[in-house]
Design a protein around this ligand. Structure first.
Ligand code: ADP
Length: 334
């Protein structure tokens, strides 16, 4: 057994920064969303006011942070980045809000995980551009209302349904990001390959796209592993077979399914005889939170035709049995 280090020699930026597009034009795919956002930004620029607050919803790795940075860049304003879990008390948020400059973008990742008190403070700030700052402690404490300059909140969430409706209602524009079709991922991979200085043969991007789980972050990660392979093997260009071989080494599933996707399919087929099985039973069986199974894993499995959600529960499709190399009970009885 040979251990493969996750960080190649020479080092690579651990972050996503290197491959992030900075303008809306460079953002690949999601054409409708881009057109809507373009109009929204153009209108704000013409009116010379900061745009309404924006909510970006969708699974991890589909470009929410990237879009937030693009919006700030296109508006030519600074962006302040925080997240729901990073804000433990309403006071943490109050101090961020009271230090914002006019027009600034405040990006709040995982906004559905803000503590309740911070949520309330936030939607008042978003609506009235006002925050009540608590002064002192105990019975003598009092709150001083502070007027804020106009700013734009961009919230990102994997779980839009968990946002309380008063907060959700404060967003003037909500965008839903969905998994990328293979064609869009191919374009993204070609763009990233150009940035990394890697030359791909015809068909190589397609092999990568198919294994990327509809997700730009995964596509970029796999591309870096293929680049390692090309460097080690002194390849001038990368062929589709190189991609297959390189990614087989890392045990990347040919349909792009990750460990959790596979665990879910294994559980439905092996433990529940193909289903139907309820979300809670299924999540318990794979040892993952129901929220993660429902919002990260299932949308992809359903979309790719591995699973169906029926009123009675989750059911594995013939495609799932086949992909696992198993014979479905239906097929046996035929
Ligand atoms: P999220 O915030 O939704 O988890 P990110 O915005 O961090 O996802 O994106 C993950 C990576 O994928 C980043 O490196 C980003 O540059 C890249 N990426 C995501 N969407 C796109 C896109 N539409 N075009 C180009 N690159 C993208």
């Amino acid at each position: 057994l040979r251990m493969v280090s996750a960080t190649p020699i020479g080092g690579e930026p651990v972050s996503d920064e290197e491959l992030r597009p900075h303008v809306l034009d460079g953002f690949i795919g999601q054409p409708r969303l881009k057109a809507q956002l373009q109009l929204f930004l153009d209108a704000a620029r013409k009116r010379e006011v900061p745009p309404d607050h924006i909510l970006l919803a969708g699974p991890p790795g589909l470009g929410k942070t990237t879009l937030a940075m693009i919006v700030a860049n296109e508006l030519g304003v600074p962006i302040r980045v925080t997240s729901g879990p990073a804000i433990q008390h309403a006071g943490d948020l109050a101090s961020i809000l009271s230090s914002l400059d006019a027009g600034e973008v405040l990006f709040i990742d995982e906004i559905h995980r803000l503590p309740r008190a911070a949520e309330e403070l936030l939607y008042i700030a978003m609506e009235d551009f006002r925050v009540d700052v608590m002064v002192g402690k105990g019975p003598g404490a009092s709150s001083i209302p502070l007027t804020l300059p106009r700013f734009t909140v961009i919230g990102a969430t994997t779980r839009e349904g968990m946002l309380p409706s008063p907060l959700r209602a404060r967003f003037g524009f909500t965008a839903h990001l969905d998994f990328y079709p293979h064609g869009e991922l191919e374009k993204l991979i070609e763009r990233s390959a150009a940035v990394l200085g890697l030359s791909l043969d015809e068909g190589a991007a397609n092999q990568l796209a198919r294994r990327s789980r509809g997700t730009p972050r995964i596509a970029n990660r796999l591309l870096r592993r293929v680049r390692d392979w090309a460097i080690v093997h002194d390849l001038a260009t990368v062929s589709p077979d190189d991609v297959k071989e390189a990614l087989a080494l890392y045990q990347i599933d040919t349909e792009g399914l990750d460990r959790l996707d596979m665990a879910v399919l294994q559980a439905i087929t092996r433990n529940f005889n193909g289903g139907p099985v309820g979300l809670n039973n299924l999540s318990a069986m794979v040892g993952e939170e129901a929220e993660t199974v429902e919002t990260v894993c299932e949308p992809y499995l359903v979309r790719e035709g591995f699973m169906m959600r029926t009123p009675k529960g989750r059911v594995a499709t013939a495609k799932a049995w086949e992909h696992l190399g198993l014979v479905s009970p239906d097929a046996q009885s035929m």
